[in-house]
Design a protein around this ligand. Sequence first.
Ligand SMILES: [Zn+2]
Length: 258
Amino acid sequence: MQRSLVLCGSLIGIAIAALALGTQADAGTRRPPVVRPPLSATDSQEIALGAALAKQFDSTRGIQPTPESDRIQAYLQGIADSLGRYTKRKLPWTIHFDPHPGIKSGFALPGGHIVIWGGILSYMGTEDQAAAVIAHEIEHIDNGQVSRRIDSLVTNEHRDVTNASQWRWGEFGASYGPVLEYRCDSLGAEIAVKAGYSPYAYKTMMEAFIALGKVYAPNAPPAKELTDRIDQIQREIAEEHWDSRIKTRRLRLPGSGG
Ligand SMILES: [Zn+2]
């Protein structure tokens, strides 16, 4: 599970096959709308389930907030709030910060709850990169992927969305597969740009992973997933005429001298 979590939130994990499919999906306005059955959970049920799973997450991981972790969480929350103004679903986008330094990712729980781990913050130099990661996780929810995972568990395992004890937070940490991971980059970049952030942050975030990987394995080529996703965001920047959006904001993590 750990590996999947890292794959999702660290923006790694796109396979070649996904790229063409993702592009098709993104051009989907020309295709007839997909008729889906009603979702298993209403928004308020999904929000309540996510809140219960966030509590379960804190409890099982032994998270004890400190004044410092609270300040970092509040900073990340401010970024989520600015992105949340541009989402389709009106949910209480809520950041849960776990300071664990070894997990370089985040993931989305139901109903707008998003976990960000401390490890990924050390890869960031700009607030725009934090926005890129948070926007990616928001899109797992805003794009209906988390809701469909709920549906799948209701259908296949007869879960009750109103009984949180039947659910585990880790069920929402696994990757959604290359097509949807790519889609979350693409849609995430859209809301990040609307909120005034630079779309190049997706590129520099992946370049940071490549650069650090090179320190420990100087002769190994960078993961193809990373270079492919850099190619994708560059293509999106060109197609959307975002080329001039290069201005970034400094990462102002509380207590770091910023
Ligand atoms: Zn993801």
